[in-house]
Ligand binder design. Structure first.
Ligand code: CP
Length: 335
């Protein structure tokens, strides 16, 4: 039987995702358990983190397990991912050894590896986590690469806590301004999970260039068809916000400009008004606001929105802990 990983929610059935969310709710009520007793998880961070690192380490501890945090290239050897590479550059060991050695020590390997932001045709292959999954002999968890499935579960859990059944609810994923071009991972994930939940989803972005990769647009369309929801793209702020039940904000760099970011900058700079503010939220149907965090206040969303009772970003961040415990427990056969 092939090894079960948690690389994308698309690899898990709707019933399995619902079971993870139910398990997460149980962990929220009763935080401590022995599901990871005597087990260890390696957390490999190729990029910085606050929530992910804290919630995974704490989650392993609360279930009786142990987490080991490694930053390859910083406190662990830089890793080579090319097959057949003559390793006479900066990398010291190959993923073929790293993944197999870690698999002899630990029961789970979790990986955060963002795109390099130079060539989307390369980054969209998600080579780092796929190489870990190929070579590891223990389950691998995606802690954010070009999708962010743990964030998806936390987001779905927070929305359900506040809205109950999500099918048919109006969901807006809005692009927001940010001074730097950011990863599309959370945006891809937002489309995947909202359509999976049968929501009526609008991707609101400044121009057609900010559409997401067709892989995720197509998967979201398919999810919508299968789960009774819908997906549309809008560039009109007012009609997108009107009547929304959930507004989820994220900034990302436009894929046609990948690696040529100086050419994208004028477009991004011209759309600072995509900031989520009280006037836009007033168009919604008592809508909730959320964001994966970290968030630059008064750039992506105003202080008033972040401090409003309808902002559930902190609930969503808390839920990272509960959903990841559910994922870890499931992958070691204790779900
Ligand atoms: N949302 C999220 O993944 O946060 P961190 O980048 O702080 O881990």
């Amino acid at each position: 039987m092939s090894l079960r990983h948690f690389l994308s929610t698309q690899d898990w059935s709707r019933a399995e995702l619902d079971a993870l969310l139910e398990r997460a709710a149980a962990f929220k009520r009763t935080p401590h358990g022995r599901q990871l007793a005597g087990k260890a998880v390696a957390l490999l961070f190729f990029n910085p983190s606050m929530r992910t690192r804290t919630s995974f380490e704490l989650g392993a501890f609360q279930l009786g397990g142990h987490a080991i945090v490694l930053a390859p290239g910083k406190d662990a050897w830089p890793i080579e991912f090319e097959v057949g590479s003559v390793m006479d550059g900066d990398t010291e060991e190959h993923i073929a050894e790293v993944a197999r050695v870690l698999s002899r020590y630990v029961d789970l390997i979790a990986v955060r590896a963002f795109p390099k932001f130079q060539d989307w045709s390369v980054d969209r292959e998600d080579r780092v986590i796929k190489a870990f999954a190929r070579h590891a002999t223990v389950p691998v968890i995606n802690m954010e690469t070009i999708t962010h499935p743990c964030q998806e579960l936390a987001h779905a859990m927070a929305m359900r806590e506040h809205l109950g059944e999500l099918r048919g609810r109006k969901y807006v994923l809005t692009w927001t301004y940010h001074p730097k071009p950011l990863n599309t991972a959370v945006a891809n994930s937002a489309l995947l999970i909202a359509t999976r939940m049968g929501m009526d989803v609008t991707l609101l972005c400044p121009t057609p260039e900010y559409r997401l990769d067709p892989r995720y647009m197509d998967a979201a369309q398919q999810n919508a068809r299968e789960n009774g929801g819908s997906l549309r793209v809008s560039h009109d702020l007012e009609s997108a916000y009107r009547g929304a039940h959930v507004v989820y904000a994220k900034s990302w760099g436009a894929l046609p400009y990948f690696g040529r970011w100086e050419q994208e900058k004028p477009i991004r700079d011209a759309h600072r008004h995509f900031i989520v503010d009280e006037a836009k939220m007033a168009l919604t149907d008592h809508g909730l606001f959320s964001h994966c965090l970290p968030l630059r206040r008064n750039v992506k969303a105003t202080d008033a929105v972040m401090d409003a009772p309808y902002c559930i970003a902190i609930d969503e961040a808390e839920n990272r802990l509960h959903v990841q415990k559910a994922v870890m427990a499931a992958l070691v056969g204790q779900g």
